[in-house]
Write a protein that binds this ligand. Structure first.
Ligand code: KET
Length: 397
């Protein structure tokens, strides 16, 4: 029955993370997966999440199926988080939000929806992007292309080339954009560039699809929603998938959402209905525990304040590691400019290391990063940053 199946080569990120777990070396360093580790190398359980869970346990409520669209209280809380409490688009009823199975669930539901209702539309993503963007849209049957993005020479964005490419796209093309903390490069569009993009999106009648997986890791929780709010202000229709995996450190809870901003409330109502139909034929309904955590942390003032402080601390710890890495590498290799570690934002840095150098780092030094040269800076801590920087210096000629 299954003789003809191709072997699965494994996922470049998840398989490497598995390999790391099996490595017996004590001084190994995991910079592979996009997970925040604390200074002791552990995945933190935030106190606000513990408190939310304690309250849920004390209530000991039943566990019915959630509605297809998820918990209403979580959906409302997500809208306020993304758009700001009083955004006119929310007041006008033109935004629909579904709680989804992680933001991956949201991205895929959106892709399925696009395939069903905008069947001619292709998707364009940045070169490079998160590999799974391509996989999920192709999995939905949508043709995937790339637009120019990362400029290896300058370490910045090829913004003019990006605009030129976008200016040639057919109307209703889907443009996948990282709202903040670009994965894998850590290189974001500046606010002025987002603002310059808006008239182009409008003129070409494009459909932006924002991925906001690292909210709070760039400049701040509200600051990182800049692109979402700008597009909502502009009156354009767009998608946004957002995740709590990283911002609340609840990866395995699968806490995420999908929002679609529509022209008016009547259109939003139809979109809402068809998104529910899409969910029903995928996973039927999302996770009740995730809804309980997110709703409480966002909605209860004490937990919210604690969460905001935790996010700031996680962001600042990553910044400190960027500075340490930069200082050690600059001292070791005085002729080279490692300034990109300081300007890139969020969890990732794009090191420019070749696949061969990445292999050497893993084999000789037990330092794990994906072969594109992306590192998860959050895998660094005061106990391993020096050693990691020395290993990197050793493989750089
Ligand atoms: N979007 C982006 C850009 C992203 O990096 C991830 C996860 C997700 C969505 C998925 O998040 P979730 O809400 O948990 O479904 N990225 C890390 C882990 C992975 O590959 O799954 C990573 O890039 O390492």
């Amino acid at each position: 029955m299954f003789q003809h199946l191709d072997r699965y080569a494994g996922d470049p990120i998840l398989s490497l993370n598995d390999e790391f777990q099996k490595d017996p070396r004590r001084d190994k360093v995991n910079l592979s997966i996009g997970i925040y580790f604390d200074n002791e190398g552990r995945i933190p359980v935030l106190q606000c999440v513990r408190d939310a869970e304690a309250a849920m346990l004390a209530e000991s409520g039943p566990k019915p199926y959630l509605p297809i669209a998820g918990a209403p209280a979580m959906r409302a809380a997500v809208q306020q988080l993304l758009f700001g409490a009083d955004h006119p688009a929310l007041k006008a009823g033109r935004v629909v939000t579904l709680q989804t199975v992680g933001s991956s669930g949201g991205l895929k539901v959106g892709a399925d929806f696009i395939k069903r209702w905008l069947p001619q539309s292709g998707m364009w993503m940045s070169d490079p992007s998160w590999d799974n963007h391509r996989a999920m849209f192709e999995g939905a049957g949508v043709a995937v292309h790339t637009y120019p993005y990362y400029d290896a020479a300058s370490g910045g964005v090829r913004f003019d080339a990006l605009c030129e490419a976008i200016d040639r796209l057919p109307p209703r093309s889907v443009l996948l954009l990282h709202a903040c903390c670009h994965n894998p490069t850590g290189v974001d569009l500046g606010r002025d560039q987002w603002e310059r993009l808006v008239p182009l999106l409008r003129r070409r009648e494009l459909l932006p699809y924002l991925d906001l997986a690292y909210q709070g890791y760039g400049d701040g929780i509200a600051e990182d929603a800049f692109a979402v709010r700008l597009l909502a202000d502009s009156g354009l229709s767009f998608f946004v998938a957002n995740s709590f995996s990283k911002s609340m450190s609840v990866y395995g809870e699968r806490a995420g959402a999908l929002s679609v901003v529509c022209a008016d409330a009547a259109e939003a109502d139809r979109v809402y209905g068809q998104l529910q139909a899409t969910v029903r034929r995928n996973y039927s309904s999302p996770a009740i525990h995730a809804a309980g955590i997110v709703t409480r942390v966002l909605g209860e003032a004490k937990l919210r304040a604690a969460w905001e402080a935790d996010v700031a601390a996680m962001r600042q710890r990553i910044q400190a590691m960027r500075h340490s890495l930069h200082a050690t590498l600059s001292a070791k290799k005085p002729g080279r400019d490692f300034g990109y570690f300081l300007t890139q934002r969020g969890m990732f840095s794009y090191t420019g290391l070749s696949a061969a150098q990445v292999d050497r780092l893993r084999e000789q030094y037990g330092v794990y990063l994906i072969r594109s040269g992306r590192i998860c800076v959050a895998g660094l801590n005061t106990g391993n940053v020096e050693r990691t920087a020395n290993a990197m210096a050793a493989v750089i000629d």
